[in-house]
Write a protein that binds this ligand. Structure first.
Ligand code: AHR
Ligand code: AHR
Length: 512
């Protein structure tokens, strides 16, 4: 009786907590069977590969997501989940990598196929790749801080000996969650099916999603980045290669993008994209295979590539949060359900804490000098500047003026500032001026992007000492932002109003 009462009370309590959490917009733990690979399995097209650094892609998965290796002693550590079907245990990575740096050495396949990805070896068009820095792309998902995979040129992952992945004209589907803010026009930021020998073995020997601003077949419309199909010897937007759809101008600088490709291996493929933070999927192409020879039927070889082209062309950059490959062509209904699930976990959403210098908190940094008390540090054309932001400012201006406080990239007792709308990009100095740039894992970047807070030099607010130039502080001068000393040879080191210019009000974020 007592235990039944207790059960009833607990059930009522947990229902109340769910209602309260929903009201507060906190992403919920997933109900059984609702994650991408559960959805694809239920639709008869099971995942044969499921990779993510951020979260489980099966509700029952409770294994490792990825492996990191630290520089100090070469030791490796698997990073798993906080709970079955949940989110990455990024704190385990942070503690393992404290005081040193880590790279990602393996990305585990959550499917029973064990198609794990490791750092890619040399290929027909590129020397052996290196591992990506493990802390370059901190983002929020499901209310938790996790890390994505940030690929720079010369980085890539691969598995040339897989199980269950489509070969020789078999049907398959795939998607990845990526970012429109970290792209280039080099070959080839891909996720999907590739050659088993790292060589270009001919038309139709690849079937991978490509995302970037490389226009292989003109005309491409707009500035991209586009979701394309890398079917080998071409990044295809349609059967003729070039886009037949002038309204397909790409996703623009959307922070989180769902990119999807499916191919029946014989006579049909389709491309879709969506905003991974809201809404549904848009189909940009659904039709025949490329009309050039070799693509109909396809000749997939079944290797899996992430971050490079099939022949290890590795000039491209990109971001990867999660991706799967299926056996068979998923239904549109299953794709829509997967997109709804991706949206529901809230990639990049508010961290829940604002206005403080605690890692994870979102802030804006307001100038306190009398001239400029409505000006905030924002990025504009990759530079850091101060300019006025008000409640009436555009969403873009508010996003540009919002920063996520991160553990200092060079010293975890200091802080770094990640751009709110450019995941993986940080405020860093170079030649003493401040810019927004993608974190590249180097010691120089880490030092340049680390600032140590101290009481405001004017007696108000907070000043931020540069980690690698500790006598220099974050300062605005002529509307640009520098690290400046109190007097010195550079104009921006001027002692006039230095104390005010280096004192910042850590404020509520304009774009929480
Ligand atoms: O199809 C585009 C690229 O061409 C492939 O990824 C690569 O293998 C080849 O260089
Ligand atoms: O900003 C000062 C120095 O200039 C930085 O440490 C370096 O990136 C650049 O050479």
């Amino acid at each position: 009786m007592l235990s039944r009462l207790r059960t009833a009370t607990l059930a009522a309590l947990s229902a109340l907590i769910t209602v309260l959490a929903l009201a507060a917009g906190v992403p919920q733990a997933q109900a059984a069977g609702s994650l991408p690979c559960d959805l694809y399995a239920a639709a008869g097209t099971p995942c044969v590969a499921a990779h993510s650094l951020a979260r489980a892609l099966y509700s029952s998965y409770n294994g490792s997501l990825y492996q990191v290796q630290r520089a100090s002693d070469g030791a490796t550590r698997n990073i798993g989940l906080l709970s079955a079907g949940g989110y990455a245990d990024a704190a385990a990575q942070d503690s393992f990598c404290t005081g040193t740096t880590c790279i990602i050495t393996k990305i585990y396949d959550q499917s029973s196929r064990h198609n794990d990805l490791t750092i890619e070896g040399a290929g027909g068009a590129g020397a052996a790749d290196v591992g990506a820095p493990a802390d370059a792309l901190p983002v929020t998902v499901g209310g938790h801080q996790v890390y994505g995979l940030e690929i720079s040129a010369g980085m890539g992952y691969r598995d040339n000996s897989t199980s269950g992945v489509a070969v020789g004209g078999q049907a398959e589907g795939m998607y990845m969650v990526t970012s429109g803010t970290h792209v280039n026009n080099r070959c080839c930021f891909d996720y999907g099916n590739a050659e088993t020998n790292n060589q270009d073995t001919g038309n139709g020997h690849m079937d991978a999603i490509n995302f970037g601003t490389e226009c292989w077949f003109s005309p491409c419309y707009g500035g991209g980045p586009w979701v394309q199909a890398d079917l080998e010897n071409g990044l295809f937007q349609s059967d003729a290669g070039y886009s037949k759809n002038s309204s397909n101008t790409g996703t623009g600088a959307m922070p989180f993008v769902t990119a999807l490709l499916k191919n029946n291996g014989q006579d049909h493929f389709a491309l879709k994209y969506g905003n991974a933070q809201s809404g549904g999927l848009t189909t940009t192409y659904s039709g025949g295979e490329p009309t050039a020879g070799g693509y109909s039927p396809m000749h997939q070889e079944g290797a899996i590539v992430l971050g490079t082209g099939g022949d290890n062309s590795n000039g491209s950059i990109g971001s990867f949060f999660e991706g799967v490959m299926t056996s068979g062509i998923p239904t549109d209904a299953a794709d829509n359900a997967v997109q709804a699930n991706i949206v529901s976990v809230g990639y990049g959403g508010a961290t829940g804490s604002t206005g403080s210098l605690t890692p994870g908190s979102e802030i804006s940094l307001r100038a306190t000098t009398a001239c400029c008390t409505t000006d905030y540090i924002r990025h504009q054309n990759n530079n850091a500047v101060i300019s006025p932001v008000t409640s009436g400012s555009s969403a873009l201006d508010k996003g540009d003026a919002t920063w996520i406080v991160r553990r200092g990239l060079a010293d975890s007792s200091c802080v770094s500032f990640e751009s709110r709308n450019y995941p993986g990009d940080f405020l860093r100095h170079s030649n003493f001026q401040l810019y927004r740039q993608p974190m590249d894992g180097t010691a120089l970047f880490r030092g340049d992007a680390t600032f140590c807070p101290t009481t405001g030099k004017s007696g108000t607010g907070t000043s931020f000492a540069s980690y690698n130039y500790p006598t220099r502080f974050l300062r605005h001068y002529d509307l640009n932002v520098y690290i400046a000393s109190n007097g010195g040879s550079n104009a921006f080191d001027s002692a006039t109003s230095w104390a005010d210019d280096v004192s910042w009000a850590v404020s509520q974020p304009w774009a929480p």
